[in-house]
Design a protein around this ligand. Structure first.
Ligand code: KG4
Ligand code: ZN
Length: 338
């Protein structure tokens, strides 16, 4: 069992990429989770433009915070601590959330804590109830693809990661090549509905491994799009892309769970919204007789509630950040620093 911050309401802020989000929690209870997505802004460029993301956070942060106080019915004067994502992410984007957190901390005279974005994702299935430890976590987003052995909260071992593109990036790039738009994961999933995979695409690395490689997939899709021209069956191609990405992710996560003999697998990050991936992991974990922990979709994509859950446990343990809290584009999980 983990202990959560119990001195009163906790405010959480997340601005690491293209979602401006604020949540208010009481213990492990999520009172509200306001998410403003910038996806409509970035669609014109087919991906997140860091400078534009930072400016959009500047515009959105105060309205999103006001909405969180309003939805939760908790006046800001009642907030007793702030958890804010400070790493890893786009530095301009992170700076907006961290600066807002510092300003509130100074004016309300309450503590703040910088939270690791991936530790937030790892905590997202907690909303289902208690987490099972140890477990294997499959962290799959636009920027990350990692298998983590979670022995306990804060006790992590990286079992394997991608050598090139992240899983979400592979969906996004394939979607662009197929002319299906941005963001690619949901576009590919929709285009694949009702279609059977028929194109042969590479799985990246072969054999029993916990590592991933998706760059070959992008090249193969590019080649097939050129070779097939107007004859390309876009639905079948989308189904093939989804099948190979979801298949590789599920296969490696199940291999890791079986090798380590853990009782549960968690699926977190934006790509965890993928229906086929959920289905494959449901079937696989059932076969192994172990549990699958998947948060609701609202907690899969970037949000402040998950940052609040992770920050709350660390705040309860007495951890605090100072006014010198910095922002970092890359950072290992807590406990794995050199
Ligand atoms: O965790 P997230 O919201 O942001 C990052 O931290 O990166 O993940 C965004 C990624 C995008 O690449 C998007 O295409 C992917 O998650 N994604 C999906 C689905 N929904 C979002 N990928 C596959 N299937 C989906 N349904
Ligand atoms: Zn994320």
């Amino acid at each position: 069992m983990v202990e959560f911050f119990s001195e009163g309401p906790l405010l959480a802020i997340e601005t690491s990429c293209d979602e401006t989000s604020a949540a208010i929690l009481e213990g492990s209870k999520i009172l509200c989770n306001v998410v403003y997505s910038q996806v409509d802004l970035h669609r014109q460029w087919g991906g997140v433009v860091p400078e534009a993301a930072a400016r959009a956070h500047v515009d959105a942060i105060v309205p999103v915070l006001s909405e969180a106080f309003q939805q939760s019915g908790i006046d800001k004067s009642k907030i007793k601590a702030i958890a804010v994502t400070n790493r890893p992410g786009l530095v301009g984007a992170l700076s907006v959330g961290v600066t807002a957190a510092k300003a509130l901390s100074l004016s309300l005279n309450i503590p703040i804590l910088g939270v690791h974005h991936l530790e937030g994702h790892l905590m997202s299935p907690y909303s289902l109830g208690d987490l099972v430890y140890p477990h294997v976590a499959l962290v799959v987003s636009g920027g990350h693809t990692e298998l983590v052995h979670v022995r306990a909260f804060g006790d992590y071992e990286i079992l394997g990661e991608t050598r090139d593109d992240a899983a979400g990036e592979a969906f996004d790039k394939a979607s662009r090549l197929l002319g299906l738009g941005y963001p690619g994961g949901i576009a590919i999933q929709k285009a694949a509905e009702g279609h059977t995979p028929k194109y042969n695409l590479p799985k990246g690395l072969s054999g029993q491994t916990m590592e991933f490689s998706f760059s070959g997939l992008k090249t193969a899709v590019h080649r097939l799009v050129e070779a097939e021209g107007d004859n390309l069956d876009v639905g079948a191609m989308a189904a093939s892309v989804q099948e190979v990405i979801a298949g590789v992710l599920a296969e490696r996560a199940l291999f890791a769970a079986e090798s380590l003999g853990v009782e549960a697998v968690s699926l977190v990050g934006g790509v965890a919204a993928n229906k086929r991936l959920r289905e494959l992991l449901e079937q696989g974990t059932e076969k192994l007789g172990i549990r699958l922990l998947v948060p609701p979709i609202s907690l899969c994509t970037d949000n402040a509630a998950m940052i609040g859950l992770a920050g709350s446990i660390r705040l309860a343990r007495g951890e605090r950040s100072g006014m010198d809290l910095g922002v970092y584009s890359s950072s290992p999980l807590p406990g794995l620093e050199e």
